[in-house]
Write a new protein. Structure first.
Length: 67
């Protein structure tokens, strides 16, 4: 039950973080008028960072369950 709740809320947290990162980079590109970061890099960062965070949290959480 605890792992199921972790995956539900962890996934929601990662999705919302990815959306926020994507929107912030798009907003900064629109404000500055310069193309500082491309769309492909924006998508990779918006997916990669929250996924890495979710996996790190899972490793920490699973270690706490063992003890």
């Amino acid at each position: 039950m605890k792992k199921t709740l972790f995956w539900i809320f962890g996934t929601l947290q990662s999705l919302s973080l990815g959306i926020i990162i994507f929107l912030i980079f798009r907003l900064l590109n629109n404000i500055s008028g310069l193309n500082g970061i491309g769309l492909d890099s924006n998508i990779v960062l918006s997916i990669g960072f929250p996924l890495f965070l979710l996996l790190t949290e899972f490793v920490i959480y699973s270690e706490k369950l063992k003890n």
